[in-house]
Ligand binder design. Structure first.
Ligand SMILES: Cc1cc2nc3c(=O)[nH]c(=O)nc-3n(C[C@H](O)[C@H](O)[C@H](O)COP(=O)(O)OP(=O)(O)OC[C@H]3O[C@@H](n4cnc5c(N)ncnc54)[C@H](O)[C@@H]3O)c2cc1C
Length: 433
């Protein structure tokens, strides 16, 4: 572990957004350190890396990542390690299971509708974090794995961080990727809009006898969607949203019982279900920071925005934050201006905040529109699905807006013609069958 205490930039947080931000900045030649809680010491006879390894909590989630995010992972050198664990998405199907009188038609968004081989890949979060950590090391980022930040203060030129390991480090710019309860966001005096949903999500995986054909299916029930996402040959990940007590029941149920209930919910779509994976539960909330940066702190990932897992927007947004910030910091560094300045942070906010607000609001609207108490919204949603089912041009436009960040596209995500039609970087195994 490095003994240095001053860096151009320090990223706080070892989740996927923090790791990607550190790799993105380092890939642009910026002097970066990453600080995150350390892994517990290894058992005496274990061959684990031990000292210097970052904390890696058990993770049952996967993330559907869109083409610009996959291109970014390729450019950061993280994709080859995670591609064999991932599955391409040939399409996303939305099925109305709200039981409302006017049932909306099924809508299928196919990659081929927009001339692509895939809409992105479903990537396991644990494999992604491991691949990004390897890329971060390869790019020369200084890893400070004694690094839970206990307190922070700012002077004229630097922001200092007191770390749990006992030392103090400082940088011109601190990137807060410390999650939705970010202590750095609070230290910067950035307020948030926050709201809770009377919903939770269960995340797990399962095997099935019928092929998914690369199609992710969102079954929109009255208390939230039950979504399957291809993960391997006849293996899918599951995100099941419902009221917190229902999700608690599903999380505690014997595996056979949960598979039976899931089979019932899917109505035979994936055939006989088996091999249920580990389960975890996520309470759902919405959050938007009032600005993306202030007081030498730039927010990236869930420190800036959180939303329910509908439409796979969360981490895709976090990666767009990281790529955008890396371009701005690189440009300012080249010009020799202060990379933690109020001007840079204002430019970062201007580049990101409308995209963040638009997506958080769209997910919020979609989530609320299925609730029985909001039936006028449900009618509008049903009508919207009718229109989408009937109008391919509108479907294509919505797909573009959902999958691609607005211009100017950050350089790490900019795609060439080759990145599209045949599918970006097809994985070595697990074809979507
Ligand atoms: C069920 C579910 C399914 C999802 N599916 C998708 C999907 O398909 N596609 C998609 O794009 N998104 C998806 N998301 C969203 C995605 O999982 C999140 O956006 C992403 O995991 C957030 O990553 P992050 O790095 O911002 O935050 P986190 O993963 O929360 O990381 C925060 C990090 O900060 C560290 N930290 C906290 N405090 C401190 C401190 N004081 N000092 C140092 N370090 C600190 C923590 O240890 C942690 O390492 C899903 C979410 C859920 C709940």
């Amino acid at each position: 572990m490095t003994a240095r205490s001053t860096f151009d930039c320090i990223v706080v947080g070892g989740g996927p957004a923090g790791l990607a931000a550190a790799a993105a900045l380092a890939s642009k030649g910026i002097d970066v350190a990453l600080t995150a809680p350390a892994a517990p010491p290894p058992e005496p006879e274990s061959e684990d890396a031990g000292s210097g390894a970052l904390e890696r909590p058990t993770e049952t989630r996967t993330a559907a990542l869109f083409p610009p995010a996959i291109v970014m992972l390729q450019r950061l050198g993280a994709w080859d390690a995670v591609a064999p664990l991932s599955a391409p998405l040939a399409g996303i199907r939305i099925i109305d299971a709200t039981g409302q009188l006017l049932r909306a038609p099924e809508v299928l968004f196919r990659a081929s509708d927009i001339g692509r081989g895939d809409l992105g890949f479903n990537v396991p979060n644990a494999g992604l974090a491991a691949a990004l950590e390897k890329a971060v090391r390869a790019l020369g980022v200084s890893l400070l794995a004694d690094g839970k930040v206990l307190s922070t203060c700012e002077d004229d030129k630097f922001r200092s961080l007191e770390l749990a390991g006992g030392r103090t480090v400082r940088a011109r710019l601190v990137v807060a990727a410390d999650g939705r309860n970010s202590m750095l966001r609070e230290a910067a005096g950035i307020s948030t809009s926050r709201w809770a949903y009377d919903q939770a999500a269960l995340a797990t995986r399962f095997s099935h006898s019928r092929r998914h054909s690369g199609i992710s299916t969102e079954l929109h029930g009255p208390e939230g969607p039950c979504t399957t996402v291809p993960l391997g040959e006849r293996v899918s990940s599951l995100v099941w949203m419902d009221k917190p007590d229902v999700i608690a029941h599903l999380a505690a149920a014997p595996a056979d019982e949960l598979l039976r209930l899931l089979g019932q919910r899917l109505g035979g779509l994936l055939g006989t279900l088996s091999d249920l994976g580990a389960r975890s539960v996520f309470p759902l909330a919405g959050l938007v920071a009032q600005t993306m940066g202030q007081a030498r702190i730039a927010l990236v990932g869930e420190s800036a925005h959180a939303m329910p897992p509908i439409g796979a927007q969360g981490l895709n947004l976090g990666l767009s934050d990281a790529a955008t910030l890396a371009d701005l910091v690189a440009e300012n560094s080249r010009l020799g201006t202060d990379i933690g300045s109020a001007n840079l942070l204002a430019a970062y906010d201007a580049a990101r905040s409308s995209d963040v607000h638009r997506r958080v609001n769209a997910v919020d609207l979609l989530n609320r529109s299925v609730r029985p108490s909001l039936w006028p919204l449900g009618l509008a949603r049903g009508a919207g699905l009718h229109v989408l089912a009937a109008m391919p041009a509108l479907r294509r436009r919505l797909m573009h807006e959902g999958l691609f960040p607005p211009p100017p596209v950050p350089s790490l995500m900019a795609m060439s013609a080759d990145d599209g039609s045949a599918g970006v970087a097809a994985p070595a195994r697990h074809p979507a069958t």
